[in-house]
Design a protein around this ligand. Structure first.
Ligand code: GBH
Length: 476
């Protein structure tokens, strides 16, 4: 059956179980809410957002230590100095994961715990910490999925991402860690969210290192970001055991067709490719699209021989962080044939002002990436929401709005799996409330509430909901 008749059959028959097996008798009229067998359910976190212990065991300072300690850069002057103190409480946090029944945990490694100055002599105490975490996860039956870089760049690297050498230093570090961990870790992600650590840090200046550079320098930083990814893929493959899978966790900008007709769908796919030209498009195609280079003109990135081949290194999987959509329509009068549509002042959004609710981003993100570039495999490396969490008089966090958000997005991910797109797993952001970058501790994304004064973790209602979803392997 091709994809289209498969969907049609599902509708006519009142739902097909994932994999095309007819549903059990008695449930024939109910919509099918199941996910594929062996779908990987997980939670995600990142080192600087949860670990704290910024001076422990030889960890070197990072650009986020510097930035968060600079007055006016984060809400309330919040820093990651303590965060969730997961550096010391990791065993408890593994317990939270185990209680949920997740099969996988996406975590990141703090580069400056391994190489305090970004390069040079490795710090065994930092390696030991990740060995403890990974061994603890495996003992709990949880597979670690490891991101090598989630924004906490060692401060000692001169010129940070403005310096091309940083991409090489990243590859050396990533290869080194893959050599240490690939006996137990089978999937690595190079970097998290290219657009965030390049543009937010170097164009808008709202993330570390807080720069507002001219276009040519921003494009060069972006180039160093994708180059780091590509050299990192090669280094991980060179040092990891055979069979290790390598991918990226990217926040590709996602365009949702305003109307599901062929012309608007084509417009959305074109927008996905064009608007991500300097990031995922370059990685999946091993080239910058000529239209991107032409539009950048004199500000186009300076590319050296061999760069694009490295950037285009084949991946075992693509992982997407999916939060918010841009709706788009076909528009023959627009230069590129499409027009992105603005959100309205009253468009629904969650506690973070940028977090517009658009569950269709889940389906269209997976579908467009699948159809444009045919990756072997896809994961959702992050999806989740902030909410105005408060503990009630009973000490509980009944976050029904987070459940609403997650249920809607997961319904759209389920549509993608039911239609046969190769989506194999989902990591909820986040296991627990944590340091939300420039928003400090004012925005909570966890399914466990963290009291930052006492470090007490309390499962929210959404944790119970996620646990039940995992138990049934179906939307609840
Ligand atoms: C991801 O970022 C990150 O990977 C993760 O670390 C983070 O905690 C999580 O999602 C939740 O944010 O309106 O100009 O202030 C998502 C990307 C980065 C998007 C910050 C919004 C602020 C935009 N987000 N950004 S602005």
């Amino acid at each position: 059956m091709d994809r289209r008749s498969f969907i049609g059959a599902g509708i006519v028959a009142g739902g097909m179980a994932a994999g095309g097996m007819p549903r059990v008798a008695g449930a024939a009229a109910a919509p099918d809410l199941g996910f594929p067998k062996d779908f990987v359910w997980g939670c995600a976190t990142a080192s600087y957002q949860i670990e704290g212990a910024v001076k422990a065991d030889g960890r070197g300072p990072t650009i986020w230590d510097t930035f968060s300690h600079t007055p006016g850069k984060t809400a309330n002057g919040d820093t990651g100095d303590v965060a969730c103190d997961s550096y010391h409480r990791y065993a408890e946090d593994i317990g939270l994961l185990k209680n949920l029944g997740v099969k996988a945990y996406r975590m990141s490694i703090a580069w400056s715990r391994i190489f305090p100055e970004g390069r040079g002599q490795p710090n065994q105490k930092g390696i030991d910490y990740y060995n403890r975490v990974i061994d603890g996860l495996l003992a709990a039956g949880i597979a670690p999925y490891v991101t090598m870089f989630h924004w906490d760049l060692p401060q000692a690297l001169p010129g940070e991402w403005r310096n091309r050498d940083t991409a090489k230093a990243f590859a050396d570090y990533a290869g080194f860690m893959a050599g240490k961990l690939s006996d137990r870790v089978h999937r690595f992600m190079t970097v998290n969210e290219l657009r965030c650590f390049t543009d937010l840090g170097h164009m808008q200046g709202i993330h570390a290192p807080g720069l507002q550079l001219p276009a040519a320098e921003v494009n060069q930083v972006r180039h160093h970001g994708v180059l780091a990814h590509g050299l990192g893929v090669q280094a991980i493959r060179a040092h990891a055991r055979a069979g290790t899978e390598v991918g990226i966790a990217d926040n590709t900008s996602i365009f949702v067709p305003a109307i599901e007709t062929p012309e608007h769908i084509a417009a959305a796919k074109k927008a996905m490719r064009d608007e991500n030209a300097m990031f995922l498009t370059a990685i999946m195609e091993g080239a910058y699209p000529p239209e991107y280079l032409a539009a950048a003109g004199a500000a186009a990135p300076k590319v050296q021989a061999g760069d694009m081949a490295a950037i285009g290194s084949p991946l075992d999987f693509v992982a997407l962080n999916i939060y918010t959509p841009t709706f788009v329509k076909a528009d023959p009068s627009a230069p590129r044939g499409y027009t992105p549509l603005p959100h309205l002042p009253q468009s629904p959004r969650m506690a973070s002002p940028w977090l517009y609710v658009g569950p269709e981003a889940a389906y269209w993100g997976v579908r467009a990436v699948s159809e444009l570039w045919k990756p072997k495999s896809l994961f959702i490396s992050e999806n989740g929401t902030s909410a105005d969490d408060v503990l009630n008089a009973a000490g509980l966090d009944d976050d029904a709005d987070r459940i609403m958000y997650l249920r809607n997005y997961l319904g759209q991910f389920r549509r993608a799996t039911a239609e046969g797109f190769p989506l194999h797993g989902y990591f909820l952001w986040s296991l627990m409330d944590n340091f939300e970058w420039a928003d400090g501790y004012t925005k909570r994304f966890g399914i466990h509430y963290v009291d930052f004064a006492t470090q007490k973790r309390t499962p929210k209602l959404s944790a119970q909901w996620y646990k039940e979803l995992i138990r049934r392997n179906a939307l609840v």
